[in-house]
Design a protein around this ligand. Structure first.
Ligand SMILES: [Zn+2]
Length: 130
């Protein structure tokens, strides 16, 4: 009887402590994850650094997230970004060419309109009489 009581007491103590620890870990996860960028850049305070290291020692989820953040970006993502940048550059070039074409068309149309107007004035209006 006594042995069972002790065991039960131990169980409750353990379970209570475990839940407190789980609660503490869960509350801290968000805060700890917010600090990861500073931690990885090495610009957080020593207290923050200690808190993060203490936390990831007991929290597998945050530890995994930190490992993921530590990994460099895959090469193909960089290549894809470069390819997209090239596409934007090509688009920009085409747009600039289009602007020059439009400008030339505008100038040509204006010259043509002035020429037609001058011809009209020359033929139908007697400029000499003024
Ligand atoms: Zn965590």
């Amino acid at each position: 009887m006594k042995k069972a009581q002790v065991l039960e007491e131990e169980y409750f103590t353990t379970s209570w402590c475990f839940e407190r620890r789980v609660l503490k870990v869960k509350v801290l996860c968000g805060i700890i994850k917010d600090l990861f960028p500073l931690y990885l850049d090495g610009v957080c305070s020593n207290d923050s650094k200690a808190a993060i290291e203490e936390h990831i020692a007991v929290c597998d989820s945050c530890k995994a997230d930190l490992q993921t953040m530590k990994k460099p970006l895959p090469i193909d993502v960089t290549a894809q970004n470069l390819s997209e940048a090239q596409t934007v550059k090509n688009l920009s070039k085409r747009w600039k060419k289009g602007m020059v074409k439009s400008l030339l068309k505008g100038v040509l149309f204006t010259i043509l309109a002035i020429a037609v107007l001058a011809l009209f004035l020359y033929i139908f209006v007697d400029v000499q009489s003024f």
